[in-house]
Each structure stands twice: as structure tokens, then as C-alpha cells.
Design a protein around this ligand. Sequence first.
Ligand code: GTP
Ligand code: SPV
Ligand code: MN
Length: 595
Amino acid sequence: MTENKTVVKWLDEMKALLCPDKVMWIDGSEAQLEELRKEAVSTGEMIKLNEEKLPGCYLHRTKPNDVARVEDRTFICTKDKETAGPTNNWCAPDEMYEKLYNIARGTYKGRTMYIIPYSMGPVGSPLAKIGIEVTDSIYVVLNMAIMTRVGAEVLKVLGDSNDWVRGLHAKCDVNPDDRYICHFPEDNTIISVNSAYGGNVLLGKKCFALRIASFQGWKEGWMAEHMLILGLQNPKGEVKYVAAAFPSACGKTNLAMLIPPEYLRKKGYKVWTVGDDISWMKIGPDGRLYAINPENGFFGVAPGTNAQSNFNALESTKKNTIFTNVCLNLDDNTVWWEGLDKNPPKNALNWKGEPWDYTKYDKANKVATSGAHPNSRFTAPAKNCPCISDEFDKGQGVPISAIIFGGRRAKCAPLVYQSKDWVNGVFVGSAMASETTAAAAGAVGVVRRDPMAMLPFCGYHMGDYFAHWLEMGKKLGDKAPKIFNVNWFRTDDEGNFVWPGFGDNARVLNWIIDRCEGKADATETAIGYVPKPEDIDLTDLDMDIETLKSILKVDKDVWEKEAAEIEEHYKKFGDKLPNELREQLNNLKNNLSKM
Ligand code: GTP
Ligand code: SPV
Ligand code: MN
């Protein structure tokens, strides 16, 4: 399919290493993909779902030991350990290549090597980049064909350039003890072995579009971020774009596709989705920050998705979608997950493929008793989304007015606040924390610092990453987006979420856009600008202003503890912590002492 010498050479090396029986180039044609779907169904790798209710949809189950990203087995392999920094696992490249080649050697015997040329971003866009992934999994091919733009046209754009990312995925025997997800940012290379779970094997996603791309952005002067991108249209028809970084399973897909409450819809407000997980941002000719979504589909969390919480995501999954680790309804060959509706199927198989009794569901023991795994996912084409933005497929990107950080904080951060300026906003992002979720293996519900929601995804030293953010702010000057922080997850004394969230988050987005346009007032607090309670519109909400005040409150004791934890968190970065951020922390402490 290509005469590109760098591609041919690498593929020859991969063939010699992996020893496939057959080699197949993925050309992007529907005919070829359909053949692969049939093959996957014939081997049991995928289950074809009800063609009338879910046309073109399939179910796949991963091994129970392989259901989420594995952060403790994810490595950044740079020549110097210092380049990878204190938040990444590191190994010397030579040593890691040898170890991984030994694991992968000969494992394609009796199998087919699929070669997937793909573009992150619209093919040919000045902001797009190209990768080639080899894999021995049809599931990976079919998911990559939804999540990225694949096929022959990508190779035409690549021509004879060496500017492409090498990706080797070998399923091996899915042995968790030999599972490694490794990045070699200095060689534009990714190697993933012994997994078949999305975030570990769809190499265009977290591996390339965040870990490798963040490194490239650092070197080349742009940004790769774990951010959704949405456009908020006002009654005049003007659309303002915001990008928002929340940690995994903290609401990016939901916010990206939100439907405003009725009173706002009637006035003419609407949200358009550009992206739900990743944003690549570059300074445009007019000096503003422009963002593209490098992906072509949504790899979304299934549990909790329903017609009320996220109608648009649910609609997106009604055709040509691959479901992973959800519950199978045997009566009509459709899928189900916790939170889809109140009617769990009576005759069903759980995410492991075992007969499932919904009456045994135990919240305290979710993974063992739920129908769908808490990190079960759908892979849906972006073009299925009823509110996909017209800008989605255009390569030039959308101008970003506001950047929003957020996470799950039961008691700390207020519903929303605005940072004082870009540097203060970088401080807010650098200090971000969230209670952990099922999206990564490990304990759930523990508070951890997750700067800019990039802790598992930053491909280099996080101190350098903060400096890069500050540098971008200097270049953007007064054209820089305004930076905000939101928290949909404040709880009351019984542990219930106080804020209704989901579509009602539009009320907060409106305040944010108004602030960007200088139209809304605010109260200056120790941490930043908090809305005047009356400026968050509560029309039609069953919430009084006192309750709202309780989640806008900045509590001195809580924040003093927070500042002490930030200080502890900052120690990790040593000399690489930019002085500006140290000053910001001192300012925060000063402000709190005056409260
Ligand atoms: P990744 O794909 O892992 O990066 O996750 P994400 O950030 O896209 O998270 P997603 O939108 O899929 O939401 C994850 C979970 O958070 C779901 O179970 C949602 O029900 C829940 N959630 C999302 N938005 C809100 C909200 O505004 N309020 C509350 N209480 N829960 C929310
Ligand atoms: C996340 O965990 O942030 C995801 C899913 O978006 S994964 O592709 O597994 O990274
Ligand atoms: Mn994500």
C-alpha cells in the first residue's frame, strides 16, 4: 500500500519479529471491515446483536483480568529518567525494547498481522498526525476503524515522510504479569503487549493522542490535552467553544453532549459536540488557541448512560457500535448496563458471559454482582451523535474561549470558580485532585492529585509540562482562554450529590461564557472568582438559593488542608516546579490566612 521507506523498513522488522502467518493492510473499505466482523463472529470474538434494534452493533468481552487501563504497567521510556519525571514509570529504552521484543517474539504465529494506517484528526488537516498500528486482534482493527480515520488515503497524505508514530500491539496470551504499555517518545514508538482492553490497545487514543502527542506538543509548541470540546450556541446563533479537562469517568462525555434544560432550549441555547476526550490545541493565525478533536468516535463509559443523563450518547450507540463488557439480554439479543433503565433483563449474561441474576446486585461489590462492568464501554462513530458539530470534520479547529478543569470532590471545590488569570489557572490545574474511578485498575474513591487530568497521560516530566502551560500563556497573552474550575460532585451530609448535574450543567456553562464576555459579576475569594448566587439561574430547578450557596462556599479549614496537600504534592517536582506556581501556592496560603 505504500513505498514509504521508513514504513516498509519498520514493517519488515515487525514481520521478522512477530512471524505472522498472514499480513493484511486495512484499507478502510466497508467490504473489508464487514469480512472482519464476520470472521470475529465466527470465532466468538464478537457477538452480533439484534439487527433490527441495534443495526451493525456487536458485543465483545475482554478477559476479567483486562478491563481497564493499567497505570502501574504503563511506562515512558526516554534516554534520561529525568525526562519522564516523577509521575511516570520509567525504563531505559534499550532494556524495555529487549524485554518487549522477547515477550512479543513469534506471538503472531498462526495469526494475521493487521496493519492499520490511521490519522488522528481529519485526514490532511494541518493539526492532524499519522500513526500505523500493527495488531493481531480484529477487535482492535474494528475499534480503530471507529475511533480514528483509517485506510489508504492516510498513506497518501503521509507520502515518504518519516513523521508518523509506530504502534505495535501483540495480544500474546493476555497475561497480566507480562502486560506492558510502553511509550518511546523520542522514537515516536508505542508497544503494548498482553492486553486487549481499549485504553491499552487502541494505540491512537491515550498512547498516541496524549502520551506521545503531549511530548510532541512540548517540543513543537502546541498542546495535547485530556479535554472534551463543546460549542455553546446562544439565542443569537453565536457559538462559543470551551475545552474541559476532567479525570477519567468524571463527566467529559456527558458535558460534551449535554442537552440544556427546557427553559434554556426554548430561549435558543444548544450544545454542539466537537470532542469528548482529547483535544489538540495550537495557536492560530489570529493569535487565539484553536482545538481539534483528533478522534473519530467515542469510547464512552456505558454505566449511567441513559435517555435522561445523556440522550445524545445513547443515540450515538444505536447503530454501528461495539459494546465491551456490558450485559447481554438473551431475550432479544440487546445490551444492558446499570443505569440504562429500571428494567434489568431477567434472562441475561453478565459482562463475563455468565448467567446473571439482577436480584443479587450488591452496590458494595459492584464488579462481582453487576450485569455490566463499571468500566464497560461503547465504541460509537462520532457521526452518529445527533449534536455533532459542523466543525468536527473541519481541520482548522475551533477557537477556545474558556478552559475548564474539574473533578470529583465531595467537600472541597465549589460548584464553579474562575481563576484570576492564566498563571493562576495553571496553578488550579496543577493542583487538581479527584476521587478515583473504575476507569483504571486499583482502588476506587481515593482522592488523588491529577494535574490537568493528565496524571496517567503526560508523556514527560510534569514540571516541564507545567512550564509548557505557562509558556503557552505568555504566547497567547490577552488572547488566552479564561480558566475555570467546576465540581459537579459536592455531597451533602448523607453523601448525596447536591448539584443535579448533567443537562443542568448548562446553567454553569452560561455563567462561564458570560464571564468570558465580561457580562457576569463575581465575588473575589481566596481561591478565585466565585459566582454571586443569584447569577446561577435556578429556573425550574428544585433547588433553593441557600442550597446553592452551600455548594458555592469556600471553607477556610477545608482549603487550608487543601493548600497543605498541594504543598506536599508539589514536593514531587523538585527544581522543575516553576517558581510562578510556588508563588501561586504562597498567595493562596496568604489569602486563606486573611479569611
Ligand atoms: P473517560 O471516558 O473515562 O475519560 O470518562 P468521562 O470523563 O468522559 O466520563 P463520563 O462522561 O463518561 O461520566 C462518567 C460517570 O460520571 C458516569 O457514570 C456519569 O453518570 C457520571 N457523571 C457525568 N456527569 C455527571 C454530573 O454532572 N453529575 C453527576 N453526579 N455525575 C455525572
Ligand atoms: C479514560 O480512562 O480516560 C478513557 C478510557 O477515556 S481509555 O481509553 O481506557 O483510556
Ligand atoms: Mn478519557
